[in-house]
Design a protein around this ligand. Structure first.
Ligand SMILES: [Zn+2]
Length: 117
């Protein structure tokens, strides 16, 4: 008797992960908020700690599948995820109706269009 060759029962379509309750998501969001706030506060004195807070905030967001808001996304580099401090590790230039951000840590840049008149 070959049990292994028997057709397997079709797998029920179920969620691979448990959907989180709204309260949990709310708590997670407030944690993310706090991490970014802390990062902003310590950034000028302790840049390494600010980077750490960004990492933690991103980790929480990924775990709970929370999208970061656009002001939150503007706080760190989209390439190396370091906290951005204009004048310290971020260069901002305007060129041909675009704002060009240049990260001095990973030497990468990204552009953002601004309203053309
Ligand atoms: Zn970078």
């Amino acid at each position: 008797m070959q049990l292994s060759k028997m057709p397997r029962k079709t797998r029920r379509r179920s969620r691979k992960y448990q959907k989180k309750s709204p309260e949990v998501l709310k708590t997670a969001r407030s944690h993310i908020d706090r991490y970014f706030k802390l990062a902003r506060e310590v950034a000028s004195e302790n840049h390494g700690l600010a980077n750490r807070y960004v990492t933690l905030a991103r980790k929480v967001a990924m775990k709970f599948k929370i999208r970061l808001t656009s002001p939150q996304k503007r706080l760190f580099c989209p390439h190396c995820y370091r906290f951005l401090l204009p004048g310290k590790n971020l260069r901002v230039r305007v060129h041909e109706h675009r704002v060009i951000y240049y990260c001095l840590d990973c030497k990468k840049f990204w552009r953002k269009p601004v309203g053309k008149k």
